[in-house]
Design a protein around this ligand. Structure first.
Ligand code: K1U
Ligand code: ZN
Length: 176
């Protein structure tokens, strides 16, 4: 995919990252088929293991994920994804976010989730995920509701991370 097809990734505090996204409908089919490959290319280039449409300014319930465990592409495109069950068991894992570059923190979430979504052809899909995939699914679905991983931290930790990021982005803009 040419560089020009890559999409700029929005950074905190862009208000689009705090907006609840609307469901994809039949009228969005062409737009979603065009957007999904560009989101995947943008995610691979970043690099990241997931990307949600609001991170590229599209307020639609669309997510792409590829954990690339063996560095072979294995992309998932999730249209209108929904977590329909979550385990009581919790797991803590370090998370990062392409919209908060350089910021990482341990987040505790359900260890296992059952996910339902539509694929690009409109087919109904369902999986039960655990490990990094369960974490990534929950992180990306949070984006669709305007929630960021720092919202799962204490107010003290969250504010420290957001202030540090604001400082780093200001320095980056000054040095550019
Ligand atoms: O949503 C995003 O901003 C993408 C984010 C997803 C994510 C990472 C870690 C835990 C939960 C969700 C990222 O991909 S951050 C970059 C990253 O984790 C990574 C980058 C290269 C190789 C492996 C991981
Ligand atoms: Zn993120």
């Amino acid at each position: 995919m040419p560089e020009t097809d890559l999409l700029p990734i929005l950074l905190v505090p862009d208000t689009r990252l705090r907006t609840k996204c609307r469901a994809v409908g039949p009228q969005d089919a062409d737009a979603v088929r065009a957007l999904a490959p560009r989101m995947l290319a943008t995610m691979y280039k970043a690099p990241g293991i997931g990307l949600a449409a609001p991170q590229v300014g599209d307020l639609l319930r669309l997510v792409v994920i590829d954990l690339q465990p063996d560095e072979k592409p294995d992309p998932m495109v999730l249209v209108n994804p929904e977590i329909v069950a979550a385990s009581e068991e919790l797991a803590t894992r370090e998370e990062g976010c392409l919209s908060l570059p350089g910021q990482y923190a341990d987040v505790t979430r359900p260890a296992k989730v059952k996910l339902r979504w539509l694929d690009l052809e409109g087919g109904k899909r369902e999986i039960t995920a655990d490990g990094l995939l369960a974490t990534c699914i929950q992180h990306e679905l949070d984006h669709l509701d305007g929630v960021l991983f720092v919202d799962h931290l204490s107010a003290l930790k969250r504010n420290m991370m957001l202030r540090k990021l604001a400082k780093e982005l200001k320095a980056r803009a000054r040095d550019a």
